[in-house]
Structure formats: structure tokens, C-alpha cells
Design a protein around this ligand. Structure first.
Ligand SMILES: O=C(O)CCC(=O)C(=O)O
Ligand SMILES: [Fe+2]
Length: 229
């Protein structure tokens, strides 16, 4: 499933991120890539321990925490610390695979997450750069994505993907991975669809309606069956 999450950031948060990114120090993005994807990767990133990366990462994680769509679609168990990239002057990221497992530092402890869902959060508006489409390669098809600043796309980490060359202007984004409480994508999709329908029914019928209560019960019982904690 590809899911567009509009306006993850408030206008103030977006302006703050853009200002911070404008003044930040950037390094070669290959530093955080695996040996194979490093060959396809040509972009800039904020060093992961830099003040700007840590501060904006916290801002992005707070925005995720309050976003109902993200939480319903991803059912996040752990989220990797957000990273920030920039493409300009023809930079691109050829078709590649993201590692299934990533080491992260969580509360001072080294741990690992399984990457189930990838996210790209855009900080540049589409008219600020040429090219730079995030391209999802799945089932012989290619889908291209370029969203307004402050919006985010979710896609399964299971698919090959690329970023086409940025031939004018500059493309700024955050990217990170989530481990879902439900590893299997089709099950995660069913939970999302069910949650969306229950939410719609709650609005129409109220929380005390017996069908609403019963469907909510079913949702939680399915979670118990399928979640892998
Ligand atoms: O910049 C993007 O939209 C995606 C970045 C990416 O695929 C990666 O860093 O692995
Ligand atoms: Fe990637």
C-alpha cells in the first residue's frame, strides 16, 4: 500500500525545519548506505549525530505521534531516528533495496528493528525542483511520487525504489523506517481498512452503538492474533 499523509507538519514546524536545513552542514549520503545501495546513492545527508538531525528528528517523531493516519496504517512498534537528505545538481538514488534490519540506538541502548514501512517526508514543494520523483518499482510497474512540503508518503519497505535525478533546484526530505506490530503487509492493510470503517461508523452512530462496540472488539481481537510483540 502507498499512503499519502497530508500536512504531517504544521506550517510553523515546516518553516522551522526548512530554516534549520538551510543553515545545516551536509555530508555525503553514502555514509549511511549499505555496500550495494551506496553504489546507486548520490545525495547529501545531515550527519546522524548532528544537532540539526537530532532536533528535527524529535520534531518529526512528535508529529508522527499525533497523526492518526500514520498510527492506524503503520501500527508502529519502533521507528528509526529520522534522517534528512538533499538532492541537487543532478543527484539521484538509483533502484535499490533498503536493509531488512537496521541497528538503532534507543534510549542509549543498541537495538535492531525490522524495516516494514518506509516514509519520505517532503520539505520542498514540487515547484522548487525539477525531477526528484520517488519511484516505487512493484509488479513490473513504476509509480512516481512528488508531494507538497509537509506531506509524507508511506510505502512498504519490501519494494525496490529510486529517486530520479534532480536537474534543477533542491529537494529536501526526511526519511525513516518503522517496524510494525503486524509484520505481514496484507494483514496490516486489513487492520487499516477495518479501523477506517470503524472510525467512520463511530462518527455516524456514536461510541455506544452495539455494532460499533462489536466491531471495535473484533479489531482488538484480531490485533491479539496477528501482532508480533
Ligand atoms: O529520498 C527519498 O525519498 C528516499 C530515500 C531512500 O530511499 C533511502 O535513503 O533509502
Ligand atoms: Fe531507500
Amino acid at each position: 500500500m502507498l499512503l499519502h499523509i497530508p500536512a504531517l507538519l504544521t506550517a510553523d514546524e515546516l518553516a522551522h525545519c526548512r530554516e534549520t536545513l538551510k543553515n545545516a552542514q551536509w555530508t555525503d549520503g553514502r555514509e549511511t548506505a549499505g555496500a550495494q545501495s551506496a553504489k546507486a546513492k548520490n545525495n547529501l545527508q545531515l550527519p546522524r549525530d548532528s544537532q540539526a538531525c537530532l532536533e528535527l528528528g524529535q520534531l518529526v517523531l512528535r508529529a508522527l505521534g499525533r497523526n492518526a493516519l500514520f498510527n492506524s496504517a503503520v501500527l508502529p512498534y519502533r521507528v528509526s531516528p529520522p534522517l534528512f537528505n538533499r538532492y541537487e545538481n543532478g543527484m539521484s538514488f538509483g533502484a535499490h533495496v533498503d536493509n531488512a534490519i537496521r541497528g538503532i540506538l534507543s534510549g542509549g541502548i543498541h537495538t535492531r528493528i525490522r524495516t516494514d514501512v518506509s516514509s519520505t517526508l517532503f520539505f520542498s514543494d514540487p515547484d522548487e525542483y525539477d525531477g526528484g520523483e520517488l519511484t516505487i518499482h512493484a509488479n513490473g510497474n513504476e509509480q512516481t511520487i512528488k508531494l507538497p512540503a509537509g506531506d509524507m508518503i508511506l510505502y512498504p519497505t519490501t519494494v525496490l525504489h529510486s529517486v530520479t535525478p534532480v536537474t534543477g533546484g533542491s529537494r529536501l526530505a526526511a526519511f525513516f523506517w518503522s517496524q510494525s506490530m503486524i509484520a505481514e503487509e496484507s494483514r496490516r492493510q486489513i487492520m487499516f481498512d477495518l479501523d477506517m470503517q470503524v472510525t467512520s461508523l463511530r462518527e455516524r452512530l456514536g461510541d455506544a452503538d452495539s455494532a460499533v462496540l462489536s466491531l471495535t472488539n473484533i479489531y482488538h481481537n484480531m490485533m491479539r492474533q496477528w501482532c508480533a510483540l
